[in-house]
Design a protein. Structure first.
Length: 698
């Protein structure tokens, strides 16, 4: 007897706020929904291009029935669910389906963007249209440029070549990510001799015991396991083993090797850009960025090198001196020694380290603190709703309410590492915000409107609870939470008409502003006092410790800056290639970022093969964005420092002018509306305690 069952993607979700019914979705539902979604897309496109009426903004750029852009619901729904879970909760079957479906989706995207008749209608509207609102103008410009930048102006031979290049690049990006996840999860350091745990804090030992399942202690390459080991272990050879495992991932002679994949991706992107009329891939990308061009990016990176490198060199020398004092003058510091001796130096200078603070950063209290901060700034509140389906027991789902009590968003939080989850931390969404328009009223002649609110999610890899202790975080993990939460506020406060312009759909060197802005609160006394209580005694984080946190904020800050600049240089080196890239990846990498590297480089290590941001994460020719946004966030937070870090008037301005506007206007226009002028690097230099001042604009 056949099962009488409807694919969950084919019907309106009967869940709270129409959230995704994760508990009802089966693996086979995805492929069926993908194929039906593509069919519906094609049907709608045929309807549009065969419309006998003259092309207009309303009958070509937006879908007349839903008033949602030429962006059809089913394919969006299934793609969002599938690819988010591919990062957060995958398995071999999901990976195999991704390999099967990715080329079909890329081919479909090309079919749409290279559809000559559809583009002719869009081009006509671009030249002849009714009076448009600023948001409508932005949508029209984005739509037109999206087609042009996807090859709509190429001849048939060029279009066919572009199809081949984009389909191959899409598959290689997917393969890169799958290889990296497999390599990350494949390695473990298993210890059975208790003496080899010397130096490790009890929290790391307990977590490793739990990971080992009662048979010794197991350490992994996931950050909450890797970082404490590198920071505290006195076992230098084991630190080296763990370091080399992490820094040689995807370089071994096995199926997960990413060296050739990276080389090919760099060449594919260069070819795509040159086919579209640009000299390099960076030139292609930066047309749609605040930096404008490669000169703007290099100006920022070089300014940062000039300002920070002298201090970074001093920091490294201070570290070497202390290590030599401890180990003897002949001691040669290696990369796996740097976290260990940095920790010792931090203790010596400020009498503070991550483990001292852990007992005060119990996860549930941190959640209360972060939600409380949002309430104090913007008046919003969070309420867990266990009726909202989640995709893993670790995930918590919350309803978010605005200051006036109205429903604002759904917020998912996924905190801890597990087998099927990528490393790192990110914000994503399962539903974007937009205004849905109904039929015209026969009486008033006006159309009803419904503000479809977003469903946003933050996915992290924070320290896990153990049988004896709840999840106790480091200050760095609290900062990570604040960062991703800043992205989620950008999504939750979205209030625009069109989904493709809402929330985080902004230029990539602007998208990090709301997230990095929130990181500033991690060292603010007034904020820490709201939630940092000892998980056993309930005692507040002592003023003395808070003062030490504040004083130590800029510990090794210049070294950290040079690390980010080095990654920016590496990214730009790959994507400013004008000729076929044929160099050895490992050797090329070491030359590309040399200007910002402080110590001796090891021949076997390689960052490129695990640099997801620029190979598979959309930051190709855009990694500089983190430093660009840091200039913005320091400048923006200086307003709060001047007028009060919880000042609601300033917070309302930040919400109204930046967080709620999405990509409806040029980001600098939005920023200046909040700030009253363009940012300078001065606030960042001041915050970091760097003596050199500058008025250079970025």
């Amino acid at each position: 007897m056949s099962e009488n069952r409807t694919n969950p993607f084919f019907v309106t979700y009967d869940t709270p706020h129409h959230t995704i019914p994760f508990d009802r979705i089966r693996l086979e539902d995805y492929e069926e929904a993908f194929m039906e979604g593509i069919r519906r897309d094609n049907e709608q496109i045929e309807k549009t291009i065969n419309n006998p009426e003259k092309p207009t903004f309303d009958n070509t750029i937006i879908d007349k029935d839903e008033d949602k852009e030429n962006y059809y619901d089913l394919l969006d729904r299934v793609s969002t669910a599938f690819f988010n879970l591919l990062s957060a909760e995958t398995n071999d079957e999901m990976d195999a389906l991704a390999q099967k479906i990715q080329p079909i989706l890329t081919q479909h995207a090309n079919d749409v963007r290279l559809n000559k008749r559809l583009f002719e209608r869009i081009k006509y509207v671009h030249r002849h249209h009714r009076k448009l609102t600023p948001e409508e103008k932005m949508l029209l410009e984005n739509t037109y440029q999206g087609f042009v930048r996807s090859g709509a102006l190429l001849d048939e031979q060029g279009k066919e070549k572009l199809r081949q290049l984009t389909e191959e690049a899409s598959m290689l990006s997917l393969q890169f990510s799958q290889n990296l996840l497999k390599e990350t999860k494949a390695f473990t350091l298993h210890i059975t001799d208790e003496k080899q745990l010397d130096g490790l804090p009890q929290s790391a030992i307990d977590a490793a015991a739990e990971e080992a399942g009662g048979n010794g202690w197991t350490f992994t390459l996931d950050y909450p396991s890797y970082s404490p080991f590198m920071t505290y272990s006195t076992q230098r050879e084991l630190r080296k083993e763990l370091f080399m495992a992490r820094n040689t991932m995807c370089t071994h002679e096995n199926n997960e090797n990413n060296l050739d994949i990276c080389k090919r991706l760099v060449n594919l992107r260069r070819e795509i850009a040159q086919l579209l009329g640009y000299k390099t891939y960076a030139d292609y990308v930066l047309v749609r960025r605040m930096a404008s061009n490669t000169r703007g990016v290099y100006r920022l990176l070089n300014d940062l090198i000039d300002a920070y490198k002298p201090t970074a060199v001093k920091e490294r020398e201070e570290l070497k001196k202390m290590a030599a004092k401890m180990e003897g003058k002949d001691f040669v510091m290696k990369p796996w020694d740097i976290p260990f001796y940095s920790h010792k130096l931090q203790l010596k200078k400020y009498n503070i380290d991550a483990e001292m603070l852990r007992p005060y950063f119990e996860l549930s209290k941190v959640i209360d603190g972060v939600f409380g901060l949002a309430n104090r700034l913007y008046g919003i509140t969070f309420r867990e709703n266990k009726q909202i389906p989640v995709y893993h027991p670790d995930v918590k789902a919350y309803e978010v309410f605005d200051r006036d009590g109205s429903y604002l968003a759904v917020f998912y939080a996924d905190f801890h590492p597990r087998k099927g989850k990528q490393g790192g931390a990110w914000m994503t969404q399962y539903q974007g915000q937009y205004i849905k328009r109904g039929e015209k009223s026969e009486i008033s002649g006006e159309r009803s409107e419904e503000n479809i609110r977003p469903h946003v999610s933050v996915v992290m890899n924070l320290t896990k609870p153990t049988e004896e202790k709840p999840a106790l975080l480091t200050l760095g993990e609290v900062e990570t939470f604040l960062h991703e939460f800043g992205h989620s506020l950008h999504g939750m406060f979205a209030n625009t008409r069109f989904e493709s312009l809402s929330g985080t759909n902004v230029w990539w060197d602007f998208v990090e502003l709301p997230s990095q802005f929130m990181e500033n609160y991690s060292v603010e006394k007034e904020f820490l006092r709201t939630f940092a209580f000892h998980y056993q005694t309930g005692e507040p984080l002592p003023d003395e410790l808070i003062n030490r946190i504040v004083k130590s904020r800029n510990f090794m800050v210049a070294t950290g800056c040079m690390r980010q600049v080095s990654l920016g240089l590496l990214d730009m080196a790959y994507y400013t290639q004008k000729q076929p890239f044929e160099s050895d990846i490992r050797q090329y990498e070491k030359q590309a970022w040399k200007k910002a590297i402080l110590g001796k480089q090891l021949p076997d290590t390689c960052m490129t093969v695990q640099f997801s941001h620029i190979m598979a994460g959309g930051y190709a020719a855009g990694y500089y964005s983190y430093k660009w946004a840091e200039v913005l966030d320091a400048d923006a937070f200086s307003v709060f420092k001047k007028k009060g870090i919880f000042n609601q008037q300033v917070a309302d301005s930040f919400r109204q002018n930046i967080l709620s506007k999405g990509g409806t206007e040029h980001p600098m226009t939005l920023y200046k509306r909040f700030r009253g002028g363009e940012p300078t690097i001065d606030a960042l230099l001041k915050r970091n305690g760097i003596k050199k001042q500058s008025t250079a604009k970025h």
